[in-house]
Design a protein around this ligand. Structure first.
Ligand code: DGJ
Length: 734
């Protein structure tokens, strides 16, 4: 068992692979958070127990025989209203209008395995022995509101998951205002916060700031997890870095509005919370009903950020992503978006597919513009019927012709949207999110379908299924290109309007479950204007995501580095595009574009039929090399070596699980005059083994070196005399 209950002291000790997480039922029935950190053999509740404290101006509540100020109590499930003034985990309003609640321990049970969260994505186990689960029931004696806290501890992965299920066991309706998934208090402040932020085309920039007294919240109110912020925070001790030090992190398995809060209080302790954003949210819980929160994944690392990332990578690669493609190597693809945008016909597509086939590319993806009257982004979303004027013979004929070039065929959809200029909108103008009497604000000329409504989901699902059954399609790119506004549903009563955004997510998850179950052989890739919904909720249904619409190789160093903080390479789409780059106008060599893209799920996004002989030859080589090493790249252990956010270079490497092979990327951004040759220290190798290095590019990096030498003395890199230079090196044990 990974979970131990010490009856006498009513202590729960959760032991993941290298982590202990400990809390206690206090004499007053409240849960006290006692410890989260490196795994302990035992916890001395005597030496380390919480010392009841009262503070001047602190409200006092009974705590066993003493009175304490609740704001000094390290809480495991904090509520509001009785003197804990920090940001709570749960906040509810009762029939009498009051918002005070007080939860006390009622019961608990321990069992093997991990339950599913109904209607929500979550990590899972394949064998019961992989994890243990603890359920704790807390009860608010006055109202009958119950909170079922759910903890799962993975035996071999250093992760603990948490969620809460609120149940109305009373007789009156209850309005939930805030239902977060996890909350805990860490002792002493002085921590840093690391989070990922950005915007379209510059997703997941790494930001590290000192936490000072007060609340800092990272959140999305956009109806999607968003380009702007990722549902992830890491609290780091000030001396913690990439490879050492204590890191405490939370990631929410959810794709909609979220909040991740840190609050440093006036006594130096730190509260960390994560969950569905309470902003513009409420949920009416009738007697007998329950509300399930999404799952939060908690990862502690005593060896810095790198170890934390590898824990997330392993958990998500093996126990979050599902289906046939979870463990399968992913195809090299060509997508026609940047090659043609909306301006294509069957002949053009076949021409690109032919050029792709000659290079060894395995999958052709037909992007936006194949349906309805979609000649630009102003129309037809929702009209999922092939435009036979553009593609005579339909998708079947096109797919067969693409197959004849040796490629599989994939298709783009944007199922969650509706264009005002569409037959669907003409028939169902109330099917989008809207508020009666108010203008509907367009974004990219489109509105968001109200997926909280079953009839909307049903119709769209049917249209998608019809298309997917009409042609041999083995891949779907599921796009989503705007955020929500005028969030309201024609199907919900006034008192439930603030449920719309969450009900939308539940509807989306239901659709994704249905589609991915109906088409188990299709590889689904998620996209939201690039990486605008790169979160674990989406990865549960679709094992890879289009990382960013920004395909510039230099920008990608930042974006892919930031993405790797939480998400595995097997989830990260990375394509070579044309130069000058369409987003930035920058020109980088085909070699460097290849090197950067080859450390993700590799593909192309340009008109291959316009390639020169030389470009064709290099691409053939890169594709062949990628295929040789893709299992290692997609499923190896990821080590970050040099951060582009801290200087003029970026480097990372991927090491096979058995340490016999590795791939190293080093990219130097701007050339510098009169400088010494650069050196990089490798990581993750077997220090007792020797490795042969072979450059996969023009710059020479060859020879045989000891793993210890490469990791301690480092590797002396060749002179890099151009802007935007890179090396990609394969290492193999000799
Ligand atoms: C946004 C995506 O990120 C692009 O790759 C492309 O699919 C366009 N949408 C199509 O409209």
């Amino acid at each position: 068992m990974t979970i131990h209950y010490v009856d006498q002291q009513r202590i729960f000790h959760l032991q993941a692979a290298q982590t202990s997480y400990i809390f206690q039922v206090a004499d007053n029935g409240q849960l006290l958070h006692l410890y989260w950190g490196k795994r302990l053999r035992n916890y001395s509740a005597v030496a380390n127990r919480y010392v009841p404290e009262t503070r001047a101006f602190g409200t006092q509540s009974p705590f066993g025989d003493t009175l304490v100020s609740p704001e000094t109590v390290p809480a495991e499930c904090p509520v509001f209203g009785t003197g804990d003034y920090r940001t709570p985990m749960l906040h509810a309003q009762f029939e009498d209008g009051s918002t005070v609640s007080q939860f006390v321990y009622e019961a608990h049970q321990l069992y093997k395995g991990k339950p599913q969260l109904q209607g929500l994505p979550a990590t899972y186990v394949e064998q019961e022995a992989e994890a243990d689960t603890l359920e704790i029931v807390l009860r608010d004696p006055l109202t009958g509101l119950k909170a079922l806290l759910l903890y799962t501890v993975f035996r071999d992965i250093n992760a603990i998951t948490r969620s809460v299920r609120l149940m109305n066991a009373g007789t009156q309706p209850i309005r939930l205002h805030k239902v977060l998934s996890a909350s805990l208090d860490l002792p002493q402040a002085g921590y840093d916060l690391l989070h990922l932020h950005g915007s379209w085309a510059r997703e997941r920039s790494v930001e590290r700031v000192r936490l000072t007294p007060g609340t800092k919240s990272i959140e999305s109110r956009r109806g999607a997890s968003s380009h702007q912020h990722n549902p992830f925070i890491a609290v780091m001790e000030p001396d913690a870095g990439e490879d050492h030090g204590q890191v405490y992190s939370m990631n929410l398995v959810y794709s909609g509005n979220f909040v991740a809060e840190t609050e440093v209080d006036s006594f130096g302790s730190l509260r960390m919370n994560i969950g569905v954003n309470p902003f513009d949210f409420s949920w009416l819980l009738e007697a007998g009903e329950a509300f399930q929160s999404p799952e939060a994944v908690l990862v502690h690392s005593a060896q810095g950020l790198g170890e934390m990332s590898r824990t997330y990578h392993k958990l998500y690669r093996t126990r979050l992503c599902r289906g046939k493609y979870r463990d399968a190597t992913r195809p090299v693809l060509i997508n026609n978006w940047e090659a043609t945008y909306f301006d294509f016909n069957a002949a053009k597509i076949e021409q690109i597919a032919e050029a792709a086939g000659e290079l060894g590319i395995e999958l052709f993806v037909l992007d936006d513009g194949w349906f309805g009257e979609r000649h630009n982004d102003a129309s037809s979303l929702g009209d999922w019927f092939v435009n036979e004027k553009k593609l005579p013979g339909g998708l079947k004929q096109l797919a067969e012709r693409v197959h004849a070039q040796g490629l599989q065929f994939g298709l783009w959809f944007e199922p969650e949207m509706i264009s005002p200029d569409s037959e669907l909108y003409e028939a169902h103008p109330d099917w989008c999110l809207h508020v009666n009497g108010r203008d509907r604000s367009p974004s990219r000329n489109q509105f968001v379908l109200d997926l909280s409504r079953s009839e909307v989901r049903k119709e769209i699902t049917k249209r998608l299924k019809d298309i997917l059954q009409s042609a041999p399609i083995t891949y779907v790119k599921w796009d989503m290109n705007r955020h929500m506004s005028e969030v309201g549903s024609a199907a919900l009563p006034p008192g439930r309007q603030r449920e719309t955004a969450h009900r939308y997510m539940l509807g989306l998850y239901e659709m994704l479950e249905e589609m991915t179950s109906a088409f188990p052989d299709i590889l689904f890739e998620s996209c939201s204007g690039g990486g605008g919904r790169f979160d674990p909720g989406i990865l549960y249904y679709m094992p890879q995501t289009w990382t960013s619409d920004n395909t510039d190789a230099v920008s990608r160093l930042y974006i892919q580095y930031g993405t790797s903080i939480v998400y595995p390479i097997s989830s990260t789409g990375a394509h070579i595009s044309a130069v000058p780059n369409h987003q930035l106008g920058r020109t980088t060599s085909l070699e460097m574009r290849g090197h950067v893209a080859m450390t993700g799920n590799f593909g192309y996004e340009l008109d291959l039929s316009a390639f020169t002989e030389e470009e064709r030859a290099l691409s053939k080589e890169q594709i062949a090399a990628y295929k040789r090493y893709r299992e290692l790249i997609q499923f190896g252990e990821h080590y970050r070596l040099v951060s582009p956010f801290e200087g003029n270079a970026a480097s990372w490497m991927i090491v096979s699980q058995d340490q016999t092979e590795a791939i190293l990327l080093f990219a130097h951004i701007l050339a510098e005059p009169n400088v010494s040759r650069l050196r990089v220290r490798l990581k993750g190798l077997d220090e007792l083994a020797d490795y042969r290095l072979q450059s996969l590019g023009d710059l020479p990096v060859d020879g045989v070196f000891g793993g210890d030498e490469l990791m301690q003395a480092g590797l002396l890199l060749p002179a890099m005399k151009r802007d935007f230079s890179s090396v990609l090196v394969h290492l193999t044990q000799v």
